[in-house]
Design a protein around this ligand. Structure first.
Ligand SMILES: [Zn+2]
Length: 277
């Protein structure tokens, strides 16, 4: 099987311009991922792209098989993951086009598989043990600094840090929910950041979130609240420069063997019961 060292979970806009892309399908003990993996080379590094919502964008956030997606990436050799996503801004100063690299996460999802260690036997008969990984700092510190430097290198000053609150969706928030999120001091709201980050942590993968603000959330603006057309329009306008930042970051990430961030050892000391791919 072909392999890759870095994974990018995001839309087709990130890989469709690459000259040479190899599509491979990967099956996992958790079922099929969102789509095939698309392998290509960026800045001399091998990258596996996973279209989070499927290439036809047919999977809503609550139906994405997050466990399969992360497992598939690890199974082709990926150890560092970049996860760009569209979010709503919870502060007036985080308007459309803001790039925010969060350092904290709040989970307000309701019904998603969010661990590999739930006691359910895998098809090979192995049974995962109970494992509690540390998650105080949900994102890779080295990945965050790499992404922030890459954005600055493209003259796109990012917001360094902040809290991403992840809601179940697929509906957008009510005004009351949105005001509540803002009153907690949280920065941006999205629908896919959880459980992506924690599953990466369970697999010993570095995970870095890049959030692109596409709209001000309902409680932050006076108008009708978020519309899907608005989100698509802002994302489309920014996808090119987000791709530049991502690709620069890919080139600047440490080699897998050179990681000193500690993400790879998150499950150290635990008897997993299953073998990671
Ligand atoms: Zn890391």
């Amino acid at each position: 099987m072909a392999d890759a060292e870095i994974g990018v979970i995001g839309g087709s806009g990130f890989y469709s311009f690459l000259d040479d892309v190899t599509e491979i399908t990967v099956d996992t003990p958790y079922g099929a991922p969102s789509d095939s993996l698309f392998l290509g080379e960026v800045a001399g590094r091998t990258v596996a792209f996973m279209p989070r919502h499927g290439r036809r964008h047919h999977l809503p956030p609550h139906r994405i098989n997050y466990r399969a997606n992360l497992w598939a990436l690890r199974s082709v050799g990926v150890r560092q993951v970049l996860g760009p996503c569209a979010v709503g801004g919870l502060r007036a100063e985080y308007g459309p086009g803001t790039l925010l690299v969060p350092d904290q996460l709040v989970d307000r999802t309701k019904a998603r598989e969010q661990t590999y260690f739930d006691g359910t036997p895998l098809p090979d008969g192995s049974v995962p043990n109970v494992v509690h990984v540390p998650f105080a700092d949900p994102y890779c510190p080295a990945g965050r600094q790499t992404v922030i430097a890459a954005a600055r290198g493209r003259a796109w000053e990012p917001v360094d840090g902040g809290t991403l609150v992840v809601v179940e969706g697929p509906r957008f928030s009510t005004r009351a929910e949105s005001r509540w999120h803002a009153a907690q001091g949280w920065s941006v709201v999205g629908m896919t950041g959880h459980p992506e980050a924690v599953l990466a942590r369970e697999l010993g993968l570095c995970y870095t979130s890049l959030t692109l603000v596409t709209d001000l959330d309902a409680g932050t603006e006076a108008g009708q609240g978020v519309s899907h057309a608005e989100v698509l329009e802002v994302f489309g306008r920014n996808v090119g420069r987000l791709r530049e930042v991502l690709f620069d970051a890919v080139g600047a990430l440490p080699a897998t063997s050179g990681r000193v961030c500690g993400c790879g050892g998150a499950h150290e000391g635990w008897e997993l019961g299953i073998r990671l791919p």
